[in-house]
Design a protein around this ligand. Structure first.
Ligand code: TGC
Ligand code: FAD
Length: 388
């Protein structure tokens, strides 16, 4: 079999349009040449340089699915393909793109004022400004409606108090989109991170998503002008609409991580011999490879179908939950199997499988845990909400 086709057994690339394939090739070449050689080092050091955002801005992937303000306005499917190629290298890279484009930029684009858009989006698309998205708190994770961060009116101004936990890019960001309780329900606020009273502290000792910065944000009497509030939305619908966007990118990204682990396991077992034969010649190994190939193909098909539904403006949050849950589950399973197939070598940073496996533990938790998405699908199937 042609080696290119081994990772795409059913030739699913043919389901993409020419522009989508071209974007996929461009992002894949860039990620392999410019990011892959450094990512193990970033992972080991537990960081990601801000120049990566600049490079991704020049590549054109930051907010690429948004229209205007320096954004490319591609199809959702093309954006998904880009996420797939980035996460095939590392989930931290796709995270950077998700938080920037699908959470922070999308919030401003969809719910902000024209001034918010003009001020931030062109710089964010170029990677000259980094955004973060503060929803989760230490006591409000799966249940963001229980958040305690508050925004209160003082004359025309808003005054924010509280803290946010587990915030990707928190210490790198120039702007934070922060969600807070108001007298009018949950609202979003555009917070320049140099505003007095705002502070971000990196969360150390992570064992997962290490090529990504995660922070705690604290807001102590952060005074903002009236114009800082996102005017167009009230209630949890605001942040949850942004999560739909990011979860969509994740379901593509997870397919990329799964593909990368499968490819590495295949190459490794073809190259390494034990008992006088390549590992790939044993039936037990071939069973694993065949199962992985099927799983990777199914994840890709799920992603393409959800891309088509999103481009047709027909995708529902429950369908996004289906894709996120199914593809991250598959990716974790493939990564864990691949890790075992590489034996001792599989535990090092010289190979990608354990880095992917550890990253996917985070990917399974953030943007809605496996349980949250299961309950979302359950509610859609039965009409009965079982969250509480
Ligand atoms: P519920 O009563 O169901 O809904 C409240 C309001 O929100 C609306 N809604 C949605 N709108 C848009 N998209 C969705 N997916 C929506 N889901 C619900 C709903 O219609 C309602 O609107 P309205 O107008 O009637 O008020 O809310 P609930 O409190 O029961 O919660 C539902 C639940 C559990 C599904 C939700 O809270 C949830 O998704 N929890 C998981 C939290 C989560 O995913 N957090 C992610 C934080 S960000 C992050 O992890 C970034 S990682 C970044 C990276 O590095 O990639
Ligand atoms: P909890 O909500 O405490 O859940 C713990 C466990 O209980 C989970 O298994 C959960 O599924 C289960 N559980 C909870 N409720 C139920 C129920 N009703 N039924 C059954 N089981 C239940 N957040 C942001 O806002 N912005 C970010 O940029 C961001 N980046 C992140 C980066 C990283 C590296 C990580 C790890 C997290 C990030 N998060 C971010 C936070 C993430 O979204 C939350 O961790 C996630 O939503 C889960 O919340 P929690 O950790 O508080 O877990």
């Amino acid at each position: 079999m042609n080696p290119t086709n081994r990772a795409d057994f059913l030739e699913t690339e043919s389901l993409l349009g020419e522009e989508e394939r071209e974007i996929g090739r461009t992002v894949r070449d860039y990620a392999r040449a410019e990011l892959a050689p450094h990512v193990a080092d970033w992972y080991e050091r537990g960081t990601i340089p801000t120049e990566v955002a600049k490079g991704l801005g020049e590549l054109g992937v930051l907010g690429m699915h948004l229209d205007g303000y320096g954004c490319a306005g591609t199809s959702a499917t093309a954006y998904g393909v880009a996420c797939r190629e980035l996460e095939a290298v590392d989930s931290g890279l796709r995270s950077l793109v998700s938080v920037q484009g699908s959470l922070a930029m999308f919030a401003l684009h969809r719910w902000g004022t024209e001034e918010h858009r003009q001020e931030w989006l062109p710089r964010m698309a170029a990677g000259d400004a980094i955004g973060c998205f503060g929803l989760t708190e230490s006591d409000a994770g799966s249940d963001p409606g229980s958040m305690r961060t508050s925004a209160q009116r003082d004359g025309e101004d808003w005054v924010l108090n509280g803290s946010k936990m587990w915030i990707t890019n928190g210490t790198l960001a120039q702007v934070a989109v922060v969600w807070a309780q108001t007298d009018d329900g949950v609202r979003g606020f555009v917070v320049p991170t140099d505003t007095p009273g705002f502070a971000a502290h990196e969360i150390p000792r992570k064992l997962s998503l290490r090529a990504s910065v995660t922070a705690e944000l604290s807001l102590d009497e952060v005074r903002l002008p009236a114009s800082a509030a996102l005017p167009e939305v009230r209630g949890l619908k605001g942040p949850l609409s942004c999560l739909n966007e990011a979860r969509y990118g994740i379901l593509w990204g997870a397919a990329g991580a799964a593909r990368a682990c499968f490819e590495e396991a295949l190459e490794y077992t073809l190259a390494r011999s034990q008992f006088g034969k390549p590992l790939a010649s044993f039936q037990l190994t071939q069973r694993k490879l065949a199962d992985m190939s099927i799983a990777v193909t199914n994840a890709g098909l799920t992603a393409v179908q959800l891309g088509r539904l999103k481009d047709a403006d027909r995708i529902t949050p429950e369908q996004v939950s289906h894709g996120k849950l199914a593809n991250v589950r598959v990716a974790l399973d493939v990564a864990r199997t691949a890790r075992g197939m590489l034996g001792a070598a599989g535990i090092t940073l010289d190979h990608t499988v354990m880095r992917h496996m550890n990253n996917l533990e985070t990917v399974s938790t953030y943007e809605g845990t496996e349980e949250m998405h299961t309950l979302s699908i359950g509610r859609a199937l039965t009409g009965i909400p079982a969250f509480r």
